[in-house]
Write a protein that binds this ligand. Structure first.
Ligand SMILES: Nc1nc2c(ncn2[C@@H]2O[C@H](COP(=O)(O)OP(=O)(O)OP(=O)(O)O)[C@@H](O)[C@H]2O)c(=O)[nH]1
Ligand SMILES: [Zn+2]
Length: 366
């Protein structure tokens, strides 16, 4: 399939939205429009990112347009699935990317440490795990950190409730992760159970599922949509060898009116620049660590370490502290590799921008 044709399974395209609000438009986005834009701009949402084109939909709008990026090469100013764009009404070219309500990004696998945007403007992230050996507090904390960083409301979905001897213990184990955290426990194959997710999937709402392989995401999606079309749709991505596969990412209309975002990247999320998310999910430890005597305290054996004191006093769980340390270290390593790459890109940018006819790149002039 050539990369700029619409996705193969036409039946999987969302039903055309009757209004922008159906598609998730709300005052947060409308307030960003200039007066002139209110009258003239064509408003669209990115439904799918293809190798060389964006599939943008709106009210009476269904177009493939060139990618959108700003000239300064800012990696976050690239339109991704779920983004809202203002298009030129005549040329249909994207003119402006609206500020996002949420953004999930990651380090691209197999591409060094390039920042890759996964999805924008998701309202609810369903973090799926099952009531068996997949249930893993550290993994759930990772996803929670990611949701907080992306500014998305997380909901923990515990599948395979039918296999759990003690459902209450699983529910409690998840609920204890964060105050006020919503937890749903269900058999992903049973429509009445899965209906518990509907309150988050209403008109104008965008949701996504994350979780390890085999926890029941496809089963959940099938039950939620009453069809197996979405979950079984092949999602391919550029592989490490740069083969020309087509990257399909899509917003799928749900029977309850909302949209499900299903992108290949959601399936292998890593943490990238998630300091804020870590602060939110581990606020007790983060706050305490700021009261250690040394600002660069490693919380090992330093004198005046408030974190160790809290662990000794039984106020903080040692294992939770170890998980926090691991996340902080992982985040620091990922962020560093991104920064290194950014510096490399910038010096490359300076070289290519060097004036023609000169004696070669004059890095120090720019
Ligand atoms: N008993 C039981 N089995 C379930 C439940 N949910 C899913 N399964 C089964 O678990 C297996 C894996 O489910 P999938 O829906 O394919 O899991 P997934 O998360 O989509 O996995 P990937 O596609 O690898 O990401 C299937 O055999 C499902 O039938 C559940 O709530 N109860
Ligand atoms: Zn300390």
């Amino acid at each position: 399939m050539s990369s700029n044709t619409v996705p193969p399974a036409a039946g999987d395209l969302p039903a055309p939205p009757a209004t922008l609000a159906d598609l998730g438009w709300r005052s947060f986005f409308a307030d960003q429009l200039e007066v002139a834009e209110r009258d003239t701009a064509l408003i669209g949402r990115v439904n799918a990112v293809h190798r060389s084109r964006l599939h943008v939909i709106g009210v009476g709008l269904d177009v493939m347009i060139p990618h959108y990026a700003t000239l300064d090469g800012d990696a976050t100013e690239v339109a991704t699935t779920g983004d809202w764009l203002l298009l030129d009404p005549d040329t249909q070219l994207a003119q402006r990317l609206l500020r996002r309500a949420s953004l999930i990004k990651r380090i691209a696998p197999g591409h060094g440490s390039k920042l890759q945007l996964i999805a924008a403007n998701i309202d609810t992230l369903f973090i799926v795990t099952s009531c068996n050996q997949d249930f893993n507090v550290a993994r759930l904390e990772r996803y929670l950190t990611l949701a907080h960083e992306a500014e998305i409301t997380p909901v923990i979905v515990l599948t395979k409730s039918d296999l759990a001897a003690d459902r209450a213990a699983f529910r409690q184990g998840a609920a204890d992760l964060l105050p006020g955290l919503e937890v749903v426990i269900l058999d992903a194959r049973v429509p009445q159970d899965v209906a518990q997710l509907v309150p988050w999937c209403g008109r104008g709402q965008t949701v996504a599922f994350v979780g390890s392989s085999g926890v029941g995401k496809s089963t959940l999606i099938n039950t939620l949509t009453g069809s197996d079309r979405i979950a079984t749709q092949g999602l391919r991505e550029d592989d490490a060898k740069g083969r020309h596969t087509t990257s399909v990412r899509q917003l799928h209309r749900l029977p309850s009116g909302g949209y499900l975002m299903d992108t290949p990247g959601m399936r292998e999320l890593q943490l990238t620049e998630v300091q804020q998310g870590i602060e939110d999910v581990f606020s007790d430890i983060s706050d305490l660590s700021r009261t250690c005597r040394f600002h660069d305290c490693q919380h090992e054996s330093e004198p005046g370490c408030a974190v160790r004191a809290a662990i000794a006093a039984g106020e903080i769980d040692e294992e939770r502290f170890q998980r926090w340390k691991k996340l902080v270290a992982e985040d620091a390593a990922n962020t560093k590799s991104l920064t290194d790459r950014h510096i490399k890109n910038r010096s490359f940018g300076r070289m290519v921008k060097a004036p023609k006819g000169g004696k070669g790149p004059k890095k120090d002039r720019y």
